[in-house]
Design a protein around this ligand. Structure first.
Ligand SMILES: [Zn+2]
Ligand SMILES: [Zn+2]
Length: 147
């Protein structure tokens, strides 16, 4: 009997693990950030509105919201998945080598830059810039270390 009760509780939790306020808080955090967020960053930003959120719930929620098309995954080689709002205009990303944050870069270099071989057809491109963000750049030093 207790097993049945426990099972039905788990089933209910699985069916509706993402309570509406939590879902709203996660979507709001991603929309507000203006840059792709890691699950940990989502948790920190959403915590003010949804203090009971756990990192496990955030991971599950991000997967679900991504499957449903509310947010888009942003994959950088060798990096954990980040997420940004769905439906953004074509844009690119800049990763800071200091703080590892990823920022949106508005605009585009355009086309292929003449790199596509003759006879090939370009369908899309991704551009990722690497460097240091304004907070991590140290004036007068090529390789600054954040204080
Ligand atoms: Zn930085
Ligand atoms: Zn582009």
């Amino acid at each position: 009997m207790w097993a049945d009760i426990a099972k039905s509780a788990v089933d209910a939790w699985c069916a509706d693990f993402l309570h509406t306020p939590q879902r709203a808080a996660i979507l709001a955090a991603i929309a507000r950030a203006g840059r792709p967020l890691l699950p940990q960053e989502v948790l920190e930003l959403a915590a003010t509105e949804a203090p009971t959120l756990s990192i496990a719930t955030v991971y599950r929620a991000l997967k679900k919201l991504s499957d449903e098309g509310d947010i888009c995954p942003v994959a950088l080689a060798g990096e954990p998945m980040r997420y940004e709002p769905a439906g953004r205009e074509h844009h690119h990303h800049f990763q800071c080598r200091g703080c590892r944050r990823v920022y949106d870069v508005p605009g585009c270099v355009g086309g292929s830059g003449g790199l596509v071989p003759t006879g090939f057809t370009l369908e899309e491109h991704e551009v990722i810039l690497y460097g240091r963000c304004a907070s991590c750049a140290v004036p007068g030093e090529g390789r600054g270390v954040r204080a």
